[in-house]
Structure formats: structure tokens, C-alpha cells
Write a protein that binds this ligand. Structure first.
Ligand SMILES: *[C@@H]1O[C@H](CO)[C@@H](O)[C@H](O)[C@H]1NC(C)=O
Ligand SMILES: *[C@@H]1O[C@H](CO)[C@@H](O)[C@H](O)[C@H]1NC(C)=O
Ligand SMILES: *[C@@H]1O[C@H](CO)[C@@H](O)[C@H](O)[C@H]1NC(C)=O
Length: 242
């Protein structure tokens, strides 16, 4: 028989887990109000914007879902952030109900250029065999300017077709983090780039921000501490007091 004895160490662990969990939840911020949606072609007036407008559901109608033209060789749906780059955490997709066979084989990219076929980070590719779930949350921790849903796998009769009923792109614009992305990333982060969930530097700390401009050339650690009280965000082993 084992007893869990509450010690200071595991109490702290519980608090830490709890805090991380809360930070992750509150950092969810849908970025689709800030930018434009486009797609390869449009079927009967079902414009790309319908995918970023409510309702949040798989329910299909011509005015609820975006639909690309039938009988094409490829199909894509693209979102372009108006503010430039975003650090994405995940992408939620609600595809047309009962049409998983059209979703089959889709690819999701986060990229910096709008070229087609997409060239850049492939967040997810629907695997074979089997049909995909029509509602998915796809994690993709990436900095990028565009999100592209891409499909070249043919539906039996119509060629590749995309029918997105709702899409949410969660994350923050580059340089912001926290609840509603309302906190500025610490200036000590290289490129002022930090994780949307917790504000820690993605590319590490800028040694130039060391107190008195002094750091260890070998390790990058600030030998006299950091400029101002930034160190709480630096988990990169640089810019810590030694
Ligand atoms: C994306 O949006 C930016 C800013 O609004 C604009 O300058 C750029 O031309 C757009 N790119 C495409 C491919 O539409
Ligand atoms: C976009 O460019 C930035 C640098 O400006 C780079 O860090 C990032 O990884 C690129 N994103 C992708 C998806 O290639
Ligand atoms: C912040 O979040 C990122 C992404 O989830 C994670 O990799 C990193 O370890 C976190 N940093 C801290 C200090 O918790």
C-alpha cells in the first residue's frame, strides 16, 4: 500500500500543473477576425469568408460553409493575417457534415508565402487509411503569415473539393501573449518573440539585454544579471543569475 504524503514539493507541483493548465486555456484567442480568407475557386456563391463566420458547427448550407468549385485539379483555402505574422497554437476545423470523404487526404500548412502548391511548414496531413473526423483541433506551434488548407485528393465524381463550415486559428500576433493576447512579449526575447501561452522566449534571450552588457561568451549567461526584472520569462538558460 502506498500513501501520498503531502509535502511542500508535491504541493508546489500541483500548483504548477494547475497554473500551466490555466495559462494554456486563457491563451486561446481566435485570430480570424484579423485578416482575409481566400480560396482557389467558389462554388455557387459559397465564399471563403463563410468559413470564418459563425455558427461554429458542421451544418451545411450554401451560406454557412465555404465551398470550392467542382471538377478542379486542386483546391485550397487560405487565411492571410492583416498584421503580418502570427504565432499559432492550434487550428480548429469544422468540415461539412457527412462529407468526410471530401476531406480525406487534406493537408494543413502554416507558411510565410502564398505560393500554391504551398511551400513551408506542414502542420498536418490526413493519414491513410480511413476517413478523417469532420471536427478537428490540430496543434501547430508555428510562426507564419498564412494558413492554408490544401487538397489534391479527388472525390470520386467531383475532383478535390473543400467545404469548410467553420475555422478558428488560435494563437497571438507575433510579439503578444496571454489572455486575449493583450500582453507584450518581454523585450529581452530575441525578436521580441514569445510563446502565446506563457510569455517565454521562443528564440531565446538577447544577451544584449544583460545588466551592464556583460555575459559569458561561452554560455550566453548574463554574469551580472538581466536588465530589469525579465528573468522570470527566460527559461532558455540564458539571462539567468549565476
Ligand atoms: C496579405 O495581407 C497583407 C496585409 O493586409 C497584404 O499586404 C498582402 O498582399 C496579402 N497577401 C495576399 C496573398 O493576399
Ligand atoms: C516564417 O519566417 C520566420 C522568420 O521570419 C521563421 O522563424 C518561421 O519559422 C517561418 N515560418 C514558417 C512556417 O516557415
Ligand atoms: C511555454 O510554452 C511552450 C509551448 O507550449 C513550452 O514549450 C515552454 O516550455 C513553456 N515555457 C515555460 C516556462 O513553461
Amino acid at each position: 500500500m502506498y500513501l501520498i504524503i503531502p509535502t511542500k514539493a508535491n504541493m508546489l507541483l500541483v500548483i504548477l500543473i494547475h497554473t500551466t493548465y490555466q495559462l494554456t486555456i486563457t491563451a486561446q484567442h481566435n485570430l480570424t477576425p484579423y485578416g482575409t480568407a481566400t480560396q482557389s475557386s467558389t462554388h455557387e456563391g459559397s465564399v471563403p469568408q463563410y468559413a470564418i463566420q459563425p455558427p461554429i458547427s458542421n451544418t451545411y448550407s450554401k451560406t454557412l460553409c465555404s465551398v470550392t468549385g467542382l471538377g478542379r485539379k486542386q483546391a485550397w483555402w487560405m487565411f492571410n493575417f492583416s498584421f503580418g505574422s502570427a504565432y499559432i497554437t492550434n487550428i480548429k476545423i469544422y468540415y461539412r457534415v457527412d462529407y468526410a470523404h471530401r476531406m480525406d487526404g487534406f493537408k494543413l500548412y502554416v507558411i510565410n508565402t502564398s505560393t500554391i502548391p504551398p511551400v513551408g511548414y506542414l502542420c498536418y496531413e490526413d493519414p491513410d487509411p480511413g476517413l478523417p473526423k469532420i471536427t478537428q483541433t490540430i496543434p501547430c506551434h508555428q510562426l507564419g503569415k498564412y494558413v492554408i488548407y490544401y487538397d489534391i485528393k479527388k472525390d470520386e465524381n467531383e475532383g478535390p473539393v473543400i467545404e469548410l463550415c467553420y475555422v478558428a486559428i488560435n494563437g497571438c500576433r507575433k510579439g503578444m501573449w496571454g489572455k486575449g493576447c493583450s500582453t507584450t512579449c518581454p523585450s529581452i526575447c530575441i525578436g521580441q518573440h514569445c510563446h502565446p501561452e506563457n510569455g517565454s522566449c521562443v528564440w531565446g534571450c538577447d544577451e544584449q539585454k544583460c545588466l551592464n552588457n556583460r555575459w559569458d561568451i561561452q554560455t550566453g549567461v548574463c554574469t551580472e544579471g538581466c536588465v530589469r526584472e525579465h528573468s522570470q520569462f527566460c527559461n532558455c538558460n540564458k539571462c539567468t543569475y549565476i
